[in-house]
Design a protein around this ligand. Sequence first.
Ligand SMILES: Cc1ncc(C[n+]2csc(CCOP(=O)(O)OP(=O)(O)O)c2C)c(N)n1
Ligand code: SF4
Ligand SMILES: [Mg+2]
Length: 470
Amino acid sequence: MSDSHEIRPGGDAPEPRGDRGARPDTPEPAGKRKPVKAPELPRVGSTPAKPPVPSTEPEAATPAGPKGAKPAGPPGAKKPTLPPARPASASGKKPALPPKPGGPKRPPARPPGAKRPSLPPGGRLVEPGGDGGGDLPVLTRKDFVSGADVRWCPGCGDYAVLAAVQRALPELAENKENVVFISGIGCSSRFPYYMDTYGFHTIHGRAPSVATGLKATRPELDVWVVTGDGDALSIGGNHLLHLLRRNLDCQVLLFNNQIYGLTKGQYSPTSEVGKVTKSTPYGSLDHPVNPVQFALGADSTFVARTLDRDPKHMQAVLKAAHGHTGTSLVEIYQNCNIFNDGAFFDFTEKDTKPERAIFVEDGKPLLYAKGTKGLRLDGLRFRTVDLERDGLAASDCVTYDSSDKALATLLAQQTFWDAEMPRPFGVLYQEARPTYDALLNEQIEAVVETQGERSLQDLLNAGQTWTIEA
Ligand SMILES: Cc1ncc(C[n+]2csc(CCOP(=O)(O)OP(=O)(O)O)c2C)c(N)n1
Ligand code: SF4
Ligand SMILES: [Mg+2]
C-alpha cells in the first residue's frame, strides 16, 4: 500500500505514488485535484470548541514581516524578543573551500563553540572579486521557492512553516548552494521538494543519519533536517537521540501535528491519551512523548518550541536556531486540518492563547495572560500566580534563563502535563558544546598529521590479518 495520499471527498482510494511520490514535482493535470473535505473524527479530552480554520491560503496564513523584525505579540500582549540571530562576521566572507593538492582535503570545521559567520541583515554574502564573480545579487524569499507543485492539503500548517523558512533564509544562508534540507517520510518530509536548495528525501526516520554523514564529511554545508512527530519519534526516535547527543551542527525542524498525516490519520507518539484514530478505535493508551523534554533528556544543546500560526515568532526562533552552533531542535506545533484539526488551537487562537501560551525570554520574568499572570517556583514546582489578586509584581516571578537546564527541564515537564499551566514557547534551552562534526574533523586532521594520509588498502592491511590457505 502506498503511503502517499490524495485527499478526496468521500474517501476515494488514493493515487499510488509511493512515499516520495512517483513524480512529486509534476503539476497535476487541470481538474484532477479535487476539493478537500475533512472527515469527521471523534474527539477526546476536554479541548474546547474550535474556532473556524483561518484562510487556507499559505500567503494569508503567513503574512510577511519586515526582515529582522521582532516577533509581534497577540493584541495587547507583550511578545518576547528572542535571542538575536548570530552576529555578523568580521569579513562577511563565506567559508572558503580548501585547495585540493593531491586529493580532497577536508574543509576546516568551526572550532567548538564558535558562532557561524553571519550576513548583513537582509543581505546575502557579497564577495567583491571573490570567485571571480564580483557582487552577487541579494537573495530574496523567491530564490528559495522551487516552483514545484505543493501537494499538501489546503489549509495545512506545513505551508506556514515553508513560508517562514523561505523568508528567513535570505538572511541566514551564506550562499544558496551550501544549503541542504534532509527529510524522512511523512507529509512534512516533502519539504525539500519545495525548497530551491539541495535536498534529500530519505527514508523513514533516517534523516538524522543521512544528515550526520553529510555534515561530517562536508562541514561547510548548512544542514537542515525536516521531520514529523512520527518520523522523528516513532521509527526515528533512536536516530534522533543520537543526533542530539552528538551535537551535529544542524537545525532540526520537528513538525508536530500529533498524528501520522501521510498515512491518513493513525495516532503518533505525541498523540494524547485516549486519541481515537483508525489504529486506535477505542482510544490510544500510550503515554505521549513531549518532544522538548525528549531533547533535553538527550542532552540537546538547543531546544525551542514555536507555532505554525505565529509566523513572526517562528521566524525569530528559526534565526536563533540557525545562529546556534550544534544541533538545534525546534518543535513546531503544526495543524493537520484533515486528520487532527485544532490539536493546538488552545495555544494558537486569540481567545485561548493568552491564558495557555507563555513566551519565554532571557532575563525577563515568566509572564502570560497579557502580563497579568506569571509563574513562580515553590521549591521545585512551578505555580501560577495572578499578579493583582496575589499582590505581586512581575519581578516576583521567575526570571527566565535559557542556559539553566534545570529550569528548562522543570518548565518543559510541568507545563506539559498540567492543563492549568501555560505552555512555554521560544528558546527554552541553549548551551555551547563542541559539535560532532568539528571534533571528528579535528581528530582526522590530528591523525593525518601524525600518521600521514592513508588509503583504504592501508586500512584493510592494517593490524592483524590472516591468510587463508587451501
Ligand atoms: C519503514 C516504514 N514504515 C512505515 C512507513 C509508513 N509511514 C510513512 S509516513 C508515516 C508516518 C508519518 O507521520 P509523521 O512523521 O508524523 O509525518 P506527517 O505525515 O504527520 O507530517 C508512516 C508510518 C514507511 N514509509 N516506512
Ligand atoms: S499534515 Fe494533514 S493537512 Fe497537512 S498535508 Fe498531511 S494530511 Fe494534509
Ligand atoms: Mg505527524
